[in-house]
Design a protein around this ligand. Structure first.
Ligand code: NAI
Ligand code: MG
Length: 353
């Protein structure tokens, strides 16, 4: 298979971890006989320094013309201390999502057995947990009309969803459920919110086309509780933008460390694959960042954008084997990890390769 992959490292440790993700893709190409052609593009602080814009048109065009994007992170402390800065790295991220029509954010929450001790949740509750979130990314209260009234004494944010927006992500989630345990939980607040009632109506309609998938409906408050009480009950979780934002941060704790979690943002065009973590300037340049979130993002890329399931699993199994062999980066090491088993970014990347 011949494919064009755009590498967009961005800022801070984004540079360090995507370099490892790319090397792993190279190894897959070699092992399975594919041809991956790479190009690079700028985003975030590095793009602002070079061009004055957080997402230059040239980068956007390259994204649109590639088969998939492996993205790092954006962000720089300079802007965190200056909220008045007009051009900011995050603008590049939001523009990318909007311009590429990335309406579905997929976050697999999978705990590798070897890291059971790294979470603050009891191992017996976590063992075997494997959840795939589908968070809607371009609608809801984040994008509705907002403002102030009563001379600024009241504020409002309006949530809107259209049937079209719900249906397109629901179909993606049902398709994914089919390839997994054939279970889907749709999360809403249909006892109170009209957007949630529409959400549930549409999901019920779409469900008719997937009779082989078992569907349950949960309210978001109950889901927040169940994720911690019994994460194993969930397989695919489908939810709106606001609920998904909150629930996926909660669920990230099921997997132990931010350095382990990958995500995919998909729409009708190019898919973007990225770690959930940011640019981590506190550890940038030290060579200690955990590259596994980027490596696992590359695995998602192969699976979702290219349909290369076997190749994707080869990466996940390699990460598992490296953990089983006792190798750790500093963020996932515990008191029992021997010093010589704690590796830096490149060294653990070599082990995975
Ligand atoms: P962060 O995710 O960059 O870091 C949080 C903490 O986790 C830090 O202590 C960091 O050292 C650690 N960490 C993160 N990834 C790690 C890895 N792979 N290996 C080992 N340790 C890791 O979040 P923070 O510090 O809140 O934000 C830093 C910058 O990143 C900010 O400018 C922020 O705006 C940006 N950001 C960008 C995101 C993106 O591009 N998608 C997402 C979140 C934050
Ligand atoms: Mg969030």
């Amino acid at each position: 298979m011949k494919k064009n992959i755009l590498i967009v490292p961005g800022d801070g440790i984004g540079q360090e971890v995507t370099a490892v993700g790319k090397k792993v893709l190279d190894k897959i190409a070699e092992k399975f006989g594919h041809e991956f052609v790479y190009d690079e593009a700028l985003i975030g602080h590095v793009a602002i320094e070079a061009t004055g814009e957080a997402l230059p048109d040239e980068s956007l065009q390259k994204m649109k013309n590639s088969d998939a994007v492996l993205f790092g992170a954006v962000g720089h402390p300079k802007y965190d201390n200056d909220p008045s800065a007009k051009v900011r790295p995050e603008q590049g991220l939001l523009k990318m999502r909007k311009e590429l029509g990335l309406y579905a954010n997929l976050r697999p929450i999978k705990l590798f057995d070897e890291l059971l001790g790294a979470s603050s949740i009891k191992p017996e509750i976590l063992k075997g947990a494997d959840i795939l979130f589908f968070r809607e990314l371009t609608g809801d209260i984040y994008f509705g009309e907002k403002g102030r009234k009563d001379n600024g004494d009241s504020a409002y944010d309006i949530a809107t969803y259209s049937k079209f927006e719900v249906e397109r992500i629901a179909r993606k989630a049902f398709e994914a459920a089919r390839t997994r345990r054939k279970k889907l939980c749709s999360v809403d607040k249909a006892n109170v919110l009209e957007t949630s009632r529409l959400w549930r109506e549409v999901v019920q309609q779409v469900a008719k086309d997937y009779p082989d998938v078992e569907v349950e409906y949960q309210f978001v408050d109950a889901t927040a509780m169940l994720l911690i009480k019994d994460p194993k009950r969930f397989d695919v979780v489908l939810t709106a933008n606001l609920f998904g934002d909150i629930l996926t941060d909660e669920a990230s704790q099921i997997a132990g460390s931010m350095g382990m979690l990958a995500s995919a943002s998909i729409g009708d065009g190019t898919g973007v694959y990225e770690p959930i973590h940011g640019s981590a300037h506190d550890i940038t340049g030290k060579g200690i960042a955990n590259p596994m979130a980027s490596v696992l993002s590359a695995a998602l890329l192969l699976d979702i954008s290219f349909g290369l399931k076997e190749e994707s699993n080869a990466i996940i199994n390699a990460v598992d084997a490296v953990l089983k062999a006792g190798f750790r980066t500093a963020d996932i090491a515990d008191a029992s990890t021997p010093k010589e088993k704690i590796l830096g970014t490149d060294a653990i990347g070599e082990e995975i390769i």
